[in-house]
Design a protein around this ligand. Structure first.
Ligand SMILES: N[C@@H](CCC(=O)N[C@@H](CS)C(=O)NCC(=O)O)C(=O)O
Length: 225
C-alpha cells in the first residue's frame, strides 16, 4: 500500500469530514495517482473544524486540502498536484506530445469547465437546500449542465479514456463526474456512465478511496463542526 509514514511524498488530508463528504475530499485525486504507479506517500491529517496548523495558509491560501510536499517542493491545488505526479510516470501522463497535451487540456477541462457546474449544484442541493434562490436557480443550471454533459459525451465518444491511454485527466474527470451521482447527468448518458464505471473499477481508485476513509475512522466528530 502506498501509505507509508516515512515516504518522501506527503499529502495533506482531513482526519474528519461530515458524512456526505466522505470519499469525496479532493486529496482522493493525488492518492489515486500515487496508487496507480505504486508511489508511496505519507499522510498529514489536519482537522477541518479547528484552526489550521501554524503556517498552513502559506502552503494553501484558503486553508484547504490537498497540499503535496516532496523534497522541499510544496504544491497546492489538486490539478497542479496531479500534473506534478503525472510528470513522474507515463502511466499518468503520456509522453507522446499530442497525447500529453490532450491529457493536460482535459485535466483543465475537468477542473475548470465541468467541476464548477457540479460545485454550484452541490451548493444548491446541499448547502442552500430549501432556500428560495436555490430552487429558482436549479432548472437553468441543470439545463446548462445538460448541454455541457452532452458535448462531453460527444467528445468522449466510444474512447476508453480522454487522452488515449489512462491519465491524470481521467482521475480529475472521474472524481468530478462522481460528484454528480445524485443527478442523471452521468447516468443518463450511456458512454459517460460506462466511462465513470470503468474509472471507478480501477483497483488504484478503490485503494485511494479506502485510504481516505481510513483516515476518518478514529476521529470523533469535532465539537465545533
Ligand atoms: N481547487 C481546490 C479545491 C480544494 C477544496 O475544495 N478542498 C476542500 C475539501 S474537498 C477543503 O479543503 N475544504 C475546506 C475549506 O474550504 O475550508 C483543489 O482542487 O485542490
Amino acid at each position: 500500500m502506498p501509505v507509508e509514514p516515512d515516504a518522501a511524498i506527503e499529502i495533506t488530508a482531513f482526519d474528519w469530514v461530515p458524512g456526505f463528504a466522505r470519499g469525496f475530499v479532493r486529496d482522493l485525486r493525488p492518492r489515486w495517482a500515487c496508487e496507480e504507479i505504486g508511489l508511496a506517500y505519507s499522510e498529514r491529517l489536519i482537522n477541518p473544524a479547528g484552526p489550521r496548523p501554524e503556517g498552513y495558509y502559506a502552503e494553501q491560501p484558503w486553508g484547504q486540502v490537498p497540499v503535496l510536499k516532496e523534497d522541499g517542493l510544496e504544491i497546492f491545488e489538486s490539478g497542479a498536484i496531479l500534473l506534478h505526479l503525472g510528470e513522474k510516470d507515463e502511466r499518468l501522463l503520456p509522453r507522446d506530445p499530442q497525447a500529453r497535451q490532450r491529457a493536460i487540456s482535459w485535466l483543465f477541462a475537468a477542473l475548470n469547465s465541468v467541476e464548477p457546474l457540479i460545485f454550484e449544484l452541490s451548493t444548491i442541493d446541499i448547502f442552500a437546500k430549501g432556500e428560495e434562490w436555490a430552487e429558482l436557480r436549479r432548472p437553468s443550471l441543470m439545463a446548462f449542465a445538460g448541454q455541457r454533459f452532452d458535448r462531453l459525451a460527444d467528445a468522449l465518444g466510444e474512447r476508453e479514456w480522454l487522452a488515449g491511454p489512462f491519465s491524470i485527466a481521467d482521475i480529475a474527470m472521474a472524481t468530478v463526474l462522481r460528484e454528480a451521482d445524485k443527478t442523471d447527468l452521468v447516468s443518463g448518458r450511456a458512454n459517460l456512465a460506462a466511462y465513470l464505471a470503468r474509472a471507478l473499477s480501477r483497483p488504484a481508485f478503490e485503494r485511494a478511496l479506502t485510504a481516505q476513509l481510513d483516515a476518518f475512522r478514529d476521529t470523533p466528530q469535532p465539537a465545533a463542526a
